[in-house]
Design a protein around this ligand. Structure first.
Ligand code: COA
Length: 371
């Protein structure tokens, strides 16, 4: 039995490749560094779904389809309005995506063509769900998506009601590119397991959202920010982190099953966090993060992962903490979708075995005779 399936190859994929020894990541063979430098989330999504970079004409048409599919049915907004205001955003997202499936015109069609349409509608409209929730829970009316803004800029606009600074939109766009796919991580595996039963795309994405939510996976970015806030001051950082490590507590944002070197996405996010600290401030979240990193890595050879610096980056963008993991989902839905298509294209249901370690030959005892 291999606990946590470490090292087990459970699927073949042509979507993304992780070089854990050298700390590199490729989408469809292209280094993530090049994509973060030059691409956009929309273009990266097209790359993940269609296997190659789109031509200028294909990209324009793809972006237009994104724009045309940003709105969500009023019934979904009503459902959200009926939810308790204290509901964490990840729970709202999980519920809304499930509720969206009967409104999809191709709900019952599981062809590749219909699934690409469905993922487009889901990917385009997920930011609308999340931004609407931020407004609803603050007793404000949701804002209709704009048709002249990028995916990232439109999300910030719908959250805050004002056109974002282009620099903030560019930072968010890079974050979306960096989170879009990552091999057979837990949520992608969950999506593929659901798809392998020949269930539908919405169900696969709901499985993935439920998995991403966990603090050992996508939920870690929220925990990192809570830790930064709790530390509060660079002077306290080293002592607190040492105490956590002495108490054998895991430090969120560190460790990875595949990376032995630092996660290449973390290098980008570190740079973005530093730039924000130097321009918009305050500096202290970056400074505390640096002390934590040095303290953790000075004690244990743990790689820093994608969730560590994304926390301070999102916080500087003014995004509420419980929206950090939903932001991860906004991006990763691109990868999940590509994996669902890939799973359907050469499917065999996932059905591993378990090793039974419970009692044997136990007799049934009638209820009145039980002590
Ligand atoms: N802080 C402190 N120690 C950590 C650690 C962390 N964040 N991550 C791993 N370790 C230690 C474990 O305690 C264990 O030490 P031991 O061998 O002395 O018992 C060793 O490193 C292996 O950790 P393990 O939890 O078995 O690795 P895994 O491959 O099963 O789990 C993670 C990978 C990512 C779930 C794990 O590193 C973790 O929980 N990290 C924090 C959550 C996080 O940032 N998640 C986002 C991932 S992108």
């Amino acid at each position: 039995m291999i606990k946590g399936l470490e090292g087990v190859i459970a699927a073949q994929t042509a979507i993304s490749q992780i070089d854990g020894i050298n700390g590199r990541l490729f989408y469809r063979g292209i280094d993530i560094d090049e994509l973060a430098e030059h691409s956009t989330f929309e273009e990266t999504t097209a790359l993940l779904w269609y296997g190659r970079l789109p031509t200028a004409h294909q990209l324009e048409s793809f972006k237009q389809k994104f724009i045309n599919n940003r709105q969500i049915p009023y019934e979904i907004l009503s459902l959200m309005m009926a939810m308790p205001k204290k509901t964490p955003t990840m729970e709202v997202l999980r519920t809304a995506i499930s509720a969206l499936s009967p409104y999809d015109p191709e709900d019952l069609d599981n062809s590749l063509e219909a699934n690409v349409h469905k993922s487009l509608r889901l990917t385009a409209s997920m930011p609308t769900v999340i931004a609407a929730w931020e407004r609803i829970r603050n007793n404000q009316w949701p804002i209709l998506p704009r048709t002249d803004l990028s995916h990232a800029a439109n999300f910030l606009y719908m959250m805050n009601g004002e056109e974002p600074d282009p620099k903030a939109a560019a930072v968010l766009d890079k974050c979306l590119i960096l989170h879009a796919d990552h091999g057979l991580n837990a949520s992608t595996f969950a999506a593929r397991v659901t798809a392998s039963a020949m269930s539908d795309l919405h169900s696969a994405i709901v499985s993935a959202i439920g998995t991403l939510k966990g603090p050992l996976h996508g939920g870690a970015n929220e925990q990192v920010m809570r830790m930064l806030l709790e530390i509060g001051n660079p002077e306290r950082a080293e002592q607190i982190v040492r105490g956590m490590m002495d108490g054998k507590k895991k430090i969120m944002g560190f460790g990875h099953r595949v990376y032995k070197a630092d996660d290449p996405r973390a290098a980008w996010l570190q740079r973005l966090s530093r730039e924000q600290a130097e321009t918009i401030g305050p500096r202290k979240w970056y400074d505390i993060s640096e002390i934590i990193r040095k303290t953790v890595q000075g004690a244990k050879p743990l790689p820093v992962n994608v969730d560590f610096y994304s926390a301070s980056v999102y916080y500087a963008l003014g995004i509420p903490i419980d929206m950090f993991t939903p932001l991860f989902a906004i991006s990763r839905v691109a990868g999940w979708s590509a994996h669902v298509y890939e799973q359907y294209s050469d499917n065999r249901i996932y059905r591993p075995e378990s090793e039974y370690i419970g009692p044997v030959n136990v007799s049934y005892v009638p209820v009145e005779q039980r002590g």
